[in-house]
Design a binder for this molecule. Structure first.
Ligand code: ADP
Ligand code: MG
Length: 868
C-alpha cells in the first residue's frame, strides 16, 4: 500500500478532477473520505472520524466498508451532495485508482424506494420549449416539446424531477424560479456546450442511430435537451447512459392537459392535507412496484388516444369479468421483480447472482401468464392478449433457460463468494470443482485416517485464518504423534501439528480456490454481459408486466367498489349515480347525476356551505380523468367526450385556510385557465373571487362566467356563494343553475347531498354554526344581524356595558360605519345632525307636552336642518 501522503495526494488530485462536492475513494476494503470531505460526511452521516497522518500533518478520515457504500451514497445524494466515486483496481504492478462515476440526484441508481427519479433537461428557443426526461433506474427516456411556458411547467410538475439541467438560455430566469418552486429538484448547471444543437444531435445519433432520430423528427429544443441529458449521463456514469435503449417521444396533443394546480387540487398523487388520501393511494391495487410506478404515470398523464383507451378499457373489462383468471394472474405477478430496474443494473454491472435469479423468475412468469390469458376466452379475445403478444417469447424463454442452467437455486449474495454456478455449466469449472472437492475430501477423511493409524482418540482436523489447516491433538496424547507431525502451536490443552502431505494439500486447495473464484468471476461477468445484450427484452417484458399488473389492479378496484365501464366519444358528459372515488371509501356517499353538453355547458353550482359543492365538482373531474386513463369509473353509467384538458381553480376557502392561496395566486390561476382552456376542456371553478371584497369578487366571477360561456365554451362547473350570479342562468345561453339541497326542519339543517336543478335562495351558514355547537345566544344574535344586513338596516353594537351604538355594515366596502361618530366614514353614513334630531324625536314623550310646545320643537328641528 502507498504512503499516507501518497494516498492523500492521490485523493486531492482525483477530487480536483471530479466535478463533485465529495469524493469516496476506495482504499482496499473501504471507501474513504479525507480532510474536509471526511468532516462533512462524518457530520451528515454520523460516521466515526479517525486521523490519518501524512508528512507531519494529520488529516481527518472517515470510511465505509466497500459493501456498504450504497446506502451512504443515497443518503449523501439525498442531502444534496454530488458524490464522486473512485474505484481501486489491480494493475500489473500493484493497483491504481480512477474516478468511475459521479452520483447526483438524477443519476443515483442505488435508489432506496420504488418511486421514479427523473432527471430533466429543459431548453427554449424563445418560442417553444424542449424537455428531455431520463429515469436512470429503469432506462426510460422521454422527450417532448412544450408550446408555452405553462405547458413546460405542467410537464415539469408531472415528472417532478429530482435533478434539473436548464439550458444556458433558461439559467437564472423567472421561469426556472417557477419550476423550482413547484418541484424539489436540485438544479445542476451543466456545461453549455452540451446544449449546442450540433453536439446534441450527435449525442442522440450515437445513442439511438441516425435513422431513428431522423424518423422521429424532433424539434430543435428537444434535440438540445435530449443531447444534453445524454452528455450529462456520460460525464457522470457511462453505465447509466448505456442502459437507455429507447427514445420515447411524446406528442403533447395526445395528452390531457393537467396543470400543476389541477394535479394538486384533485389530489392525484399527494393528498392536500395531512391524513388525507390521494387518488393514487385509493386506486392502487397493484402487486409490483413497477405497476405502482406506472399507475402514477397514467394518473398524471391521461390520454385522448382513443385506441389506447379502448385497449385499456377492454382489458379492464375482461379482467373484471374473469375473476379466477385475474386472481391467478395476480398470483403469478407475485413472483415478478422490477425488471425495468434490473435491466439497468445488468447494464451497469451492478447485479449479483440473486438478481440473476430474479430476472429468471420474472421471465418464467411469462408462460404462466400466457397460459392464463389464452385459456380464458374472455381474456384471450380481449385487447389484453395484444399486450403480451408484443413480447418475443422465444427470446425470453431461452434467456430464462440459460439462467436456469447456469445459476444454482440458492446462490450467495456476491459472485466473489463462489458457489454461484450449477455443476455442468462449464467443463473447466467442473474440473476445478472436482479437484477442489477431492482435495477437501482428502482432508475431511484425514481425521479418521490418522486416528486409526496412530490410535489417537482426541484428534481433530480443522482450519483457521492464522494457522491454515492443522491437526489438533489433546495434551495427553500429544507425545504419541508420529515423527512426520510438525508442531506449529501449543495451546493449553492441546497441540497443533501439520504434515508435509497436509501442507501440500492445503496449497493445492488454496490454488484451486483461487482458480475457481477467478473462473466463476469471469463466467459471471460473461453471463452478465450476455444478459445485458437482452436489455431491450427485459425492458419490454418489465413494461408489459407492469401494464398487466396495473390493468388487473384497476379491475380489482372496479369490482370491489361497483365501478362501471365508461363510454367514450359521446357528446358532453353524462353521469348517472356518480361518486367521488376517494370520499366514497370513507363515508356513506350519496350518488349524484350530471348532464352536461349542448345547451348545458356551464353549470352554476350553489348550495349552503358544507353541502358538497366542491366534492360534486371534483367527482365529475375525477370521473372524466379516470375514464381517460382507461379505468372504470365510480358511477352506474358514464358517457363522456374525450377532453383535451382538465383545469381547476378549487377552493379559495379550503386553500386560504392552508395558507396556500392568496388573491394574486387565485387570479393567476384563473388567468391561466382563461388562456389555456378550449371548447374541448373541462373547467372547474370553486369559489373564484372569494379572496377579495364582495363587489370585486362578484364582478370578476361575473365577467369570467360570460367569457367562458360565450368565448371559450368549455364544459364548466362554477360553485359560488354569490347568488347574484345565478341570474346569469336566465340570460346566457348554455348557462344553467344547479344546487345542492339541504333541508331545514325545526331550525336544524340536514344536508341531503343531492343535486337538483335551479339555484338555492339562501345561505345556511348560521345553521352550520348551530350544528357545529356554537352557543345559542351567538346563533340567535347572528340570525338577527343577518336579517338586518339583508334589509340594509342599522345594527346596534352591544357590549353589555355602555349604551348600544348603531352601525351600518357596508357590504360593498366590506366594513362598517358608525353613524354616531363625527368622522363617520363614507357618504352613506347618517349625518350627525340628522341623527341627533332623529334621536330627539324618538325619545320625545308626546303625551306630556302641549301642542304649542310640540310645534316649537318641530320648528327648531326645521331650523337646524335648514341651517345645516
Ligand atoms: P362545500 O364545497 O359545499 O362547502 P364540500 O364539498 O366540501 O362542501 O363537502 C363537505 C363535506 O360533505 C365533505 O367533506 C364530504 O365529507 C361530505 N360530502 C360531500 N358530498 C357528499 C356526498 N355526495 N355524499 C356524502 N357525503 C358528502
Ligand atoms: Mg367548497
Amino acid at each position: 500500500m502507498s504512503e499516507p501522503e501518497g494516498i492523500i495526494g492521490e485523493y486531492s488530485a482525483l477530487k480536483d478532477d471530479a466535478d463533485a462536492d465529495l469524493l469516496a475513494m476506495q482504499v482496499g476494503d473501504f471507501y474513504e473520505f479525507f480532510d474536509e470531505d471526511a468532516r462533512i460526511v462524518g457530520r451528515e452521516l454520523d460516521l466515526k472520524i479517525s486521523q490519518k497522518s501524512s508528512g507531519g500533518t494529520t488529516v481527518p478520515m472517515a470510511g465505509v466498508p466497500v459493501a456498504d457504500l450504497d446506502p451512504y451514497l443515497s443518503a449523501l445524494v439525498e442531502r444534496g451532495y454530488r458524490v464522486g466515486v473512485a474505484d481501486q483496481f489491480e494493475t500489473e504492478d500493484g493497483h491504481a485508482r480512477e474516478l468511475s462515476r459521479i452520483v447526483t440526484p438524477g443519476t443515483l441508481i442505488e435508489a432506496t424506494d420504488h418511486e421514479a427519479r427523473h432527471l430533466v433537461a429543459i431548453t427554449g428557443d424563445g418560442d417553444r420549449y424542449g424537455l428531455a426526461v431520463a429515469e436512470v433506474t429503469t432506462g426510460q427516456f422521454h422527450v417532448m416539446t412544450a408550446d408555452n411556458a405553462d405547458e413546460l411547467l405542467t410537464e415539469c410538475y408531472r415528472f417532478d424531477p429530482v435533478e434539473l439541467l436548464p439550458g444556458p438560455e433558461l439559467k437564472d430566469g423567472q421561469l426556472l424560479d417557477r419550476i423550482i418552486d413547484t418541484t424539489a429538484a436540485t438544479v445542476t448547471e451543466h456545461q453549455e456546450n452540451a446544449f449546442a444543437p450540433g453536439a446534441a444531435r450527435h449525442q442522440l445519433e450515437t445513442q439511438f442511430g441516425k435513422e431513428a432520430i431522423d424518423a422521429i423528427g424532433l424539434t430543435e429544443p428537444t434535440i438540445r435537451a435530449a443531447g444534453a441529458v445524454l452528455e450529462y449521463l456520460e460525464a457522470t456514469n457511462e453505465g447509466v447512459r448505456a442502459a437507455i435503449t429507447r427514445l420515447q417521444p411524446a406528442r403533447s396533443t395526445d395528452h390531457v392537459r393537467l396543470d400543476a394546480t389541477t394535479q394538486r387540487n384533485l389530489e392525484l398523487i399527494e393528498p392536500m392535507s395531512e391524513g388525507g388520501q390521494s387518488l393514487l393511494e385509493t386506486l392502487d391495487k397493484t402487486i409490483t412496484s413497477a405497476g405502482h410506478r406506472q399507475l402514477a404515470a397514467w394518473l398524471t398523464r391521461p390520454t385522448r388516444d382513443r385506441d389506447r383507451l379502448d385497449d385499456r378499457l377492454g382489458s379492464v373489462e375482461a379482467l373484471a369479468e374473469a375473476a379466477l383468471a385475474r386472481a391467478a394472474i395476480r398470483d403469478t405477478l407475485e413472483s415478478a421483480s422490477d425488471l425495468e430496474r434490473l435491466a439497468t443494473r445488468v447494464i451497469n454491472a451492478s447485479v449479483g447472482p440473486r438478481d440473476m435469479l430474479r430476472i429468471r423468475d420474472t421471465l418464467e412468469t411469462l408462460p404462466d401468464l400466457i397460459e392464463q390469458v389464452s385459456t380464458t376466452p374472455t381474456l384471450a379475445s380481449s385487447p389484453l392478449a395484444s399486450y403480451i403478444g408484443g413480447i418475443d417469447r422465444e427470446q425470453a424463454a431461452s434467456l430464462a433457460t440459460e439462467l436456469r442452467e447456469a445459476i444454482v437455486d440458492d446462490p450467495p449474495a456476491s459472485f466473489t463468494e463462489g458457489g454461484v454456478f450449477k455443476p455442468g455449466y462449464s467443463e473447466d469449472l467442473n474440473e476445478l470443482i472436482d479437484q477442489h472437492e477431492e482435495a477437501l475430501n482428502w482432508i475431511q477423511e484425514l481425521e479418521e485416517r490418522e486416528k486409526q493409524a496412530h490410535d489417537i482418540t482426541h484428534l481433530q482436523v480443522d482450519r483457521n485464518r492464522t494457522d491454515g489447516y492443522y491437526i489438533q491433538v489433546g495434551r495427553s496424547e500429544a507425545d504419541d504423534v508420529p515423527d512426520r507431525y510438525q508442531e506449529i502451536k501449543a495451546l493449553k490443552n492441546s497441540k497443533r501439528f501439520t504434515t508435509d502431505a497436509l501442507e501440500q494439500r492445503e496449497r493445492e486447495i488454496l490454488r484451486l480456490e483461487e482458480q475457481r473464484n477467478a473462473l466463476e468471476e469471469a463466467l459471471f461477468r460473461d453471463l452478465r454481459d450476455e444478459v445485458a445484450t437482452h436489455a431491450e427484452l427485459l425492458h419490454s417484458v418489465g413494461h408489459m408486466l407492469a401494464t398487466i399488473d396495473l390493468l388487473a389492479g384497476l379491475a380489482v378496484h372496479a369490482v370491489e367498489n361497483g365501478w362501471h365501464k365508461p363510454t367514450l366519444g359521446a357528446d358532453g358528459i353524462t353521469i348517472e349515480a356518480g361518486r367521488h372515488p376517494v370520499v366514497e371509501q370513507t363515508e356513506e356517499f350519496v350518488p349524484n347525476d350530471a348532464r352536461m353538453g349542448a345547451e348545458r355547458r356551464f353549470a352554476i353550482v350553489t348550495g349552503p356551505n358544507m353541502s358538497g359543492k366542491s366534492t360534486y365538482m371534483r367527482q365529475i373531474a375525477l370521473i372524466v380523468l379516470l375514464a381517460q386513463i382507461g379505468s372504470f369509473v365510480p358511477a352506474d353509467r358514464v358517457e363522456i367526450e374525450l377532453v383535451d384538458g382538465i383545469f381547476t381553480r378549487v377552493g379559495a376557502l379550503d386553500e386560504l385556510a392552508q395558507g396556500r392561496s392568496t388573491f394574486m395566486v387565485e387570479m393567476e390561476e384563473l388567468s391561466n385557465i382563461l388562456h389555456a382552456a378550449t371548447e374541448d376542456s373541462l373547467v372547474v371553478l370553486d369559489e373564484v373571487g372569494r379572496g377579495t371584497a364582495t363587489y370585486d369578487g362578484i364582478s370578476i366571477a361575473w365577467a369570467a362566467t360570460e367569457y367562458i360561456a360565450s368565448q371559450i365554451r368549455s364544459i364548466t362547473l362554477f360553485a359560488t356563494h354569490y347568488h347574484e350570479l345565478t341570474q346569469l342562468g336566465d340570460h346566457l345561453d348554455d348557462v344553467y343553475n344547479i344546487h345542492i339541497a339541504a333541508e331545514e326542519r325545526d331550525g336544524d339543517v340536514t344536508f341531503l347531498r343531492t343535486v337538483s336543478e335551479g339555484p338555492t335562495d339562501r345561505s345556511y351558514g348560521i345553521h352550520v354554526a348551530q350544528l357545529a355547537g356554537v352557543p345559542s345566544p351567538v346563533v340567535d344574535r347572528a340570525r338577527d344581524i343577518l336579517g338586518k344586513l339583508r334589509d340594509d338596516k342599522a345594527i346596534d353594537i352591544r357590549d353589555g356595558r355602555t349604551e348600544p351604538r348603531q352601525v351600518v355594515f357596508d357590504l360593498g366596502a366590506g366594513e362598517y360605519q358608525d353613524p354616531t361618530s363625527a368622522d363617520g366614514g363614507s357618504q352613506e353614513a347618517v349625518d350627525p345632525t340628522h341623527q341627533s334630531i332623529l334621536e330627539e324625536l324618538a325619545e320625545m314623550e308626546i303625551q306630556d307636552q302641549a301642542p304649542i310646545d310640540l310645534m316649537a320643537r318641530v320648528q327648531e328641528w326645521q331650523d337646524r336642518l335648514n341651517s345645516h
